[in-house]
Write a protein that binds this ligand. Structure first.
Ligand SMILES: Cc1cc2nc3c(=O)[nH]c(=O)nc-3n(C[C@H](O)[C@H](O)[C@H](O)COP(=O)(O)O)c2cc1C
Length: 166
């Protein structure tokens, strides 16, 4: 996990974008794919992008990152248990070292999304992470437009890292 990737060896000054996104359904997998597509846009250089599902992501991954995109479904008015488990495990190990981490979030919700937005806001405020934009709530019937929004988000985060804005 701590070993330098081939990309890091070739591009020692590269920035790192981590996507921690829960993808339990075909639609949410499309959102991850779209985020990755945007973040890996051919016009963006020097940014390494990784998607790790929240149950597999841990403190070392967060410490690797220069910016993070969080993705979750809304379940029972809250973020997915998987993303909550991620926060439970990374909170204290990362608290002192990730202040001002730029992050953005997308929330796939059948109906609402508000409870999840508020909960992510509280935890990231505790971590003192810096929101690049308001969490994006993708609610209602699934629409392919959600993929466009995720692609734009991935591109925005990667381009912002590339240019040093974040
Ligand atoms: C157990 C369960 C609880 C859910 N609770 C909520 C909820 O509280 N609010 C909401 O907006 N959507 C809720 N949903 C809908 C999910 O957010 C939605 O199914 C998920 O984002 C996957 O979207 P998809 O059907 O486009 O793949 C729930 C779904 C499940 C399976």
């Amino acid at each position: 996990m701590n070993a330098l990737s081939l990309y890091d060896r070739c591009m020692p000054d590269s920035k790192h974008l981590l996507i921690v996104a829960h993808n339990p359904s075909a639609n949410t997998q499309k959102l991850v794919d779209a985020s990755l597509r945007g973040a890996r846009h051919e016009d963006i250089a020097g940014v390494e992008v990784k998607h790790i599902p929240p149950l597999q992501a841990g403190p070392a991954d967060v410490l690797w990152a220069d910016a993070i995109i969080l993705g979750t479904t809304e379940n029972f008015g809250y973020m997915s248990g998987a993303l909550k488990d991620f926060f439970d495990r990374i909170y204290y190990p990362c608290l002192e070292q990730t202040e001002a981490m730029p992050y953005a979030a997308y929330i796939r919700a059948g109906l609402d999304g508000t409870g999840t937005r508020i909960a992510i806001g509280k935890i990231t405020a505790g971590l003192k992470w810096k929101a690049v934009q308001e969490p994006m709530i993708l609610h209602g019937e699934y629409r392919s437009q959600f993929e466009d929004q995720c692609e734009e988000l991935g591109m925005l985060m990667a381009a912002s890292l590339e240019s040093g804005i974040i």
